[in-house]
Ligand binder design. Structure first.
Ligand code: F0G
Length: 465
């Protein structure tokens, strides 16, 4: 069955690159993945595979494709057990004989968040937890594709600038694929959990005395001067893999499109990728309509919000980014045009949330027994705002994309519960509302009575809370 499907796929799914600025078509990009004519970004497209008639020409229809993807769930082949490559008809094909580098990424759960739904004022709320990937963030879904292309092209070195998750993921996939990896991260501004991952997976890790945007500038010059394969999200093969989260989501929903999908915005690659998948699935007839895709940024790292409000989305307004949600501490996002396009095509919103709103939302997601890293929590904080504004109606179906695992940034969580997250910051006064969510660990004598007294005290207090 798989062999037959693969034969169909290879002839129909030839992919090419198209510049989002000037529309130039290419089959190969330079090492910076920028269009040599206008300097804008490339996207992958499939000339024979864009409509339902393209599907038919390849010998498949919508039911056959959905069935094929489900059938692969009972296979033990690595390419089928990957929740990315299982959907390979919608991905660029590797050359015959090339295996993907896979850690069995994707396959992430869709959780109900009843307490968060109540807090946000919606009847029901779902979260697709991309933090349940092998290196605990959504980056793995794009890294499996882009790292596989790096190896296919014969690169010895891959590299990225990162706020921590891309570097962790890249280091793992490079190691699995027998390549060396170079990581550039801002010194002191990424969580220890993420830094330790890239060390463990054997990356050459450089902490630069700058921010993420400064790391990007340095890396762009490095890849111009050395044969190093760039694995930031300007690499369009990463975004192709990241599309799989949207495909898997619709499959999990029985191919019913939700009304809203809400995603955090940093360098804006992920929102671009999810939006691309949603549009492609609609064009192929896999889904009946488009959900509204909304992007939420931290107030301190809000270039997309400002670009829309101050420039009507015509130009990017770069900012000096600052937020405790370090994953999205980005002031000059590379994929802003792509993200804006999908927000506009789907009729979504762009919003910003404060540091205290992020911290509170993160604790609420934790209290539903799910948890996530701070950057992911902007989704719930943003949803609350969108409900208040009437953009999201209480009865509508909403899916939050949680991008990173709770354990990525334990320091944030510990400081939150100890009550010192915002001490000495401009948010200290606003943060007093967080007290009721804080659960600092208690230090007690090693006596049964001490534990029982505490238990009773909390039981009584709990019924009042
Ligand atoms: N959430 C998490 C946990 C992230 O790590 C990132 C980005 C985002 C959201 C934003 O996604 O950039 O595609 O808009 N992290 C990158 C990194 C920049 O280097 O790990 P985006």
């Amino acid at each position: 069955m798989n062999l037959i499907a693969d034969e169909i796929k290879t002839e129909s799914r030839i992919s090419r690159l198209r510049c989002i600025g000037c529309g130039a078509i290419a089959d190969h990009a330079d090492q910076d993945f920028r269009c040599p004519t206008c300097g804008d970004l490339f996207e992958v497209f499939y000339p024979g595979w864009t409509t339902s008639s393209g599907l038919k020409a390849a010998g498949l229809d919508v039911p056959a494709l959905r069935k094929l993807w489900l059938e692969r769930k009972s296979s033990f082949l690595p390419i089928d057990t990957s929740g990315v490559w299982r959907f390979r008809e919608m991905l660029p094909a590797l050359k015959l004989g090339q295996d993907p580098i896979t850690l069995r990424e994707g396959n992430t759960p869709l959780y109900e968040l009843p307490k968060c739904a109540q807090a946000a004022g919606v009847d029901a709320l779902l979260a697709k937890h991309q933090g349940m990937n092998p290196t605990a963030s959504f980056k793995d879904t794009g890294m499996t594709t882009a790292a596989s292309f790096a190896r296919q092209e014969g690169f010895r070195w891959v590299a990225c600038a990162s706020t921590g998750n891309t570097s962790a993921s890249m280091a793992a996939y490079a190691a699995r694929g027998g390549m060396r990896s170079l990581v550039l991260i801002p010194e002191g501004k990424i969580s220890w959990g993420k830094l330790s991952q890239s060390l463990d997976y054997g990356a050459l890790t450089c902490q630069l005395r700058t921010d993420f945007d400064g790391c990007v500038k340095v890396l762009n010059e490095v890849v111009r001067r050395r044969p190093v394969y760039l694995l930031n999200s300007v690499n369009p093969y990463r975004l192709e893999g990241q599309k799989s989260a949207a495909i898997e989501l619709l499959e999990q929903l029985g191919w019913q499109t939700p009304d809203h999908i809400i995603v955090p915005g940093g360098n804006l690659g992920n929102s671009s990728a999810l939006g691309k998948a949603l549009v492609e699935m609609k064009d192929l007839g896999l889904s009946a309509r488009l959900p509204k895709l909304s992007v939420i940024q931290a107030e301190g790292a809000n270039p997309l919000v400002r670009s829309l409000r101050e420039q009507a989305g015509k130009n990017l307004v770069p900012v000096e980014a600052d937020t405790l949600a370090t994953a999205i501490r980005i002031g000059n996002p590379a994929s802003w045009k792509k993200a804006l396009r999908v927000v506009q095509v789907t009729g979504g919103a762009v919003e910003q949330v404060s540091e205290v709103e992020i911290a509170s939302a993160k604790a609420e997601i934790g209290a539903d027994g799910v948890g996530c890293e701070p950057a992911s929590a902007v989704t719930l904080a943003g949803l609350k705002k969108l409900v208040k504004q009437g953009f999201v109606k209480p009865g509508e179906s909403v899916v939050l994309i949680l991008t990173g695992h709770l354990l990525k940034d334990p320091e944030f969580t510990l400081k939150f519960h100890r009550g010192d997250l915002f001490v000495g910051t401009p948010h200290e006064k606003a943060a007093t509302v967080l007290v009721r969510q804080q659960r600092a660990p208690l230090v007690l004598d090693a006596r049964v009575d001490a534990v029982l007294e505490t238990l009773e005290k909390f039981d009584r207090a709990g019924s009042e809370r």
